[in-house]
Write a protein of this length. Structure first.
Length: 448
């Protein structure tokens, strides 16, 4: 099969890397891709928002299946575009149409969807600039901290957690006044949930589903989860508290009602669903839906899938996922994101990157992989920085036997940290920054 992966970040590099290992993958393309995807396939110039450009690439390269990485084209209706174009009718497409993508495209829609189908989530209300007085009263009815979410897409940065009431009221006005552009014309205010976050992922054809490895990500720029929110500074998979009992609750209380609700509303959903969850005393609550894989969780999750992802995606797009069985590696994966100095604020670009693995991601069996997130090729052929999140370094390690489950997983994470951070010392560019505490909270959780 000829495969086209849409996107240019670390998520897309990791997906392409995994798909490249399939015996059924005869041609691998990325649009627009990055220097990492160019190492394992062919990059096609273009924009994920230019549907005509995507169509031309699909026809020119005889693409059999399209895998969408980012949310923007899905929310913008790329799935509908493929369905409605007779020349693209036989091309398999992984991702929902615009009606299903509203689960991520509108926080208000998602929260009301959860309410309709009894899916556990935080109490909420949504407000516009015309209802600021009501918003103030709702904030006054809540206890600190206060959660404010831009209704629309805001590149993963549209959620604010305010520690006091006056700050929350001020930020509400900033958001409604255009802090996140049109994305925050409507703001969802919700109750703060106290617990431990976990990201869970499913691949569904609307009827059946496969559960992918879960992960925990790290959103804050500073160690100890301090500072500004980012697109993600690291991830760990698996997550010790997401045991069989927790997964059973997620399946019964969240996954199955979500799919049932989509069917009830006539939404033909074929693709990934990301469940951003909070574990509140052993009970799962939905913080948010995403209609694609997360970043940087994907860079950890893909390294733990032992079965043929391309086969799973093909079955998903065809609507015949029922017979598929996913195989998950017993290894642990730890990802540390290396960012440009100044991120998530302003940062320079074009800084030359050096490092032994920057030009070779690493094989499936290699203990460390380097996925490109924000890189580009300079005129002299060198790899340079082009984004805030530059590289995602992922290490895999297997838990040693004979010490009990907790002791084994602790050693696995410790080993993964050593491998990952040793690799980071071999990578250099001006302004390089990364968090040094990824996985330490998991170790503390294991230790009790």
């Amino acid at each position: 099969m000829n495969v086209l992966v849409l996107g240019s970040g670390g998520r897309e590099h990791a997906i392409a890397w995994k798909l490249s290992q399939s015996k059924d993958c005869t041609g691998l393309y990325a649009m627009p891709g990055n220097p990492g995807t160019a190492q394992i396939g062919k990059n096609i110039p273009g924009s994920v928002k230019d549907f005509r450009q995507i169509k031309d690439a699909v026809l020119e390269h005889d693409i059999d299946i399209v895998v969408v990485g980012p949310e923007d084209p899905l929310v913008g209706g790329l799935g509908d575009f493929f369905k409605q174009d007779p020349q693209l009718g036989k091309v398999l497409f992984v991702g929902p149409c615009a009606d299903g993508a509203a689960l991520e495209g509108s926080k208000e829609f998602a929260k009301k969807f959860m309410l309709r189908y009894g899916i556990p989530t935080a109490a909420f209300q949504s407000f516009t600039s015309e209802t600021i007085a009501e918003a103030d009263r709702f904030l006054e009815s809540l206890k600190a901290p206060y959660v404010l979410k831009a209704d629309g897409l805001a590149a993963g940065k549209g959620v604010l957690i305010c520690q006091d009431l006056e700050e929350a009221k001020s930020e509400l006005r900033n958001m409604l006044g255009g802090k996140f552009g049109s994305a925050s014309k409507t703001v969802v205010i919700e109750e703060f949930l106290s617990g431990i976050e976990v990201s869970m992922f499913i691949l569904t054809d609307g009827k059946d589903y496969l559960v992918l490895p879960e992960a925990k990500d790290y959103k804050r720029i500073g160690e100890g989860d301090t500072g500004l929110n980012t697109g993600g500074m690291g991830a760990v998979s698996p997550v010790p508290f997401a045991d069989d009992a927790f997964r059973k609750k997620v399946a019964e209380r969240i996954i199955e009602p979500t799919l049932s609700g989509l069917r009830e509303e006539g939404i033909d959903y074929r693709g990934f669903i990301f469940l951003g969850l909070m574990n509140c005393g052993g009970d799962p609550y939905v913080i948010e839906y995403n209609v694609r894989m997360g970043d940087p969780e994907t860079e950890a999750v893909m390294t733990r899938i032992d079965s043929d992802l391309l086969h799973h995606l093909s079955a998903c797009a065809k609507g015949c996922l029922k017979e598929e069985r996913i195989s998950i590696s017993p290894s642990s994966a730890l990802t540390v994101v290396c960012v440009s100095g100044g991120y998530p604020g302003s940062y320079p670009k074009g800084k030359r990157i050096s490092g032994c693995r920057v030009h070779s991601c690493g094989s499936f069996t290699s203990p460390v992989k380097v996925f490109h997130s924000g890189t580009s090729l300079a005129e002299d052929g060198s790899i340079v920085t082009s984004g805030g999140r530059v590289l995602a370094i992922t290490s895999n390690s297997f838990p040693p036997a004979g010490e009990g489950e907790a002791g084994s997983w602790k050693k696995s994470i410790v080993q993964g940290r050593e491998t990952c951070y040793a690799e980071l010392e071999n990578i250099d560019f001006d302004g390089k920054y990364f968090r040094r505490d990824i996985g330490l909270d998991i170790i503390r959780y294991i230790e009790g």
